[in-house]
Design a protein around this ligand. Structure first.
Ligand code: HEM
Length: 284
């Protein structure tokens, strides 16, 4: 019985290890076991090292998370102090309201003034309508197509040159300075007049005339054109304003023709009366 099992076993093992005597078989087994043990030991070492690194990494992350939370708490405290001590709730509300008003008023003034200028020169209006007609205005493509409203852009630029929606901007003089021979005392408020910079004869030929083409032909000197202001406090909404102005004008010009309803009397840069326009649906 025993003999039968031994011969069955050797029949099973022979294909794997070849025909060996029992001693050779034993030493082969020992070799395999030793090498397997070595491999297990090696893997074990690697795993331990991975675990160690992971533990370090987690510790590091926890410290960083604590630091970030601390900074967030400090920032929150600081912003609460700024809002409650530096500007009161009322001032904060006023600032938000004036920013909001500035946003839509300036853009609306630019658009209504442009439409007024178009009522004064019908050939320019026809040219703008022809350009608007070529621009696709479905909601997926209109933003990409705004650059092709080149002439309309020049008409708006020229309108904002003669009638800047914000005619002047202000700066606080922090140190006494001499500019152009004038002394600017410390702590005084300096108003820089955008409207008069825009009509300075030194930089603008026929400065009082409405010539949209000058923006594609004439050299525009740096700082001579600044409807959005200058320097560090330049208007941050200019890009949005341009997108709004162009989309609204293109859509209006595609569909309507504008004429002046009642004559207006000019008074300086603003008109004394409201600008009333007649709007007629275009027929094709
Ligand atoms: C045709 C439209 C616009 C015109 C002509 C215009 C013009 C100006 C001007 C001249 C200034 C003063 C810059 C200076 O002090 O040098 C200004 C400031 C500012 N504008 Fe506009 N703007 C227009 C649209 C917008 C829009 C659409 C927004 C917001 C979405 C906006 C937000 C602001 C803000 C927040 C300031 C104050 C910036 C500061 O004091 O640092 N504006 N803008």
């Amino acid at each position: 019985m025993l003999q039968t099992r031994a011969s069955q076993l050797s029949t099973l093992i022979e294909p794997m290890v070849g025909k060996h005597n029992t001693q050779t078989l034993e030493s082969e087994k020992a070799k395999i076991i030793r090498s397997t043990l070595e491999k297990v030991e090696h893997t074990d070492k690697s795993l331990r090292s991975v675990i160690k690194h992971t533990q370090h990494f987690i510790k590091d992350l926890t410290t960083k998370k604590d630091q970030i939370m601390q900074t967030q708490k400090e920032l929150l405290k600081l912003s609460k102090t700024v809002i409650s001590e530096v500007i009161s709730g009322k001032e904060f509300a006023n600032m938000s309201a004036s920013n909001f008003r500035h946003h839509y008023e300036t853009t609306a003034i630019a658009i209504s003034r442009t439409l007024f200028m178009l009522t004064q020169q019908s050939t320019i209006q026809v040219k703008c309508q022809a350009e608007a007609d070529k621009i696709q205005t479905n909601e997926n493509t209109i933003l990409q197509n705004l650059d092709s409203a080149e002439y309309i852009t020049n008409v708006v630029k020229e309108t904002m040159r003669l009638y800047p929606p914000t005619p002047f901007a202000a700066r606080l003089v922090q140190e006494t300075a001499i500019v152009g021979g004038y002394e600017l005392p410390k702590n005084s408020t300096l108003l820089y007049p955008i409207f008069s910079i825009h009509q300075n004869k030194k930089y603008w030929e026929n400065s009082c005339e409405f010539i949209p083409e000058r923006f594609s032909k004439q050299t525009i000197y740096p700082l001579s054109y600044c409807p959005f202001g200058l320097g560090e406090r330049v208007c941050p909404g200019s890009h949005l304003a341009w997108v709004e102005i162009k989309i609204i004008l293109i859509l209006l010009l595609k569909n309507f023709t504008f004429t002046l309803s009642t004559p207006i009397s000019e008074s300086f840069i603003w008109t004394k009366d409201d600008i009333l326009l007649k709007i007629r649906k275009r027929t094709f």
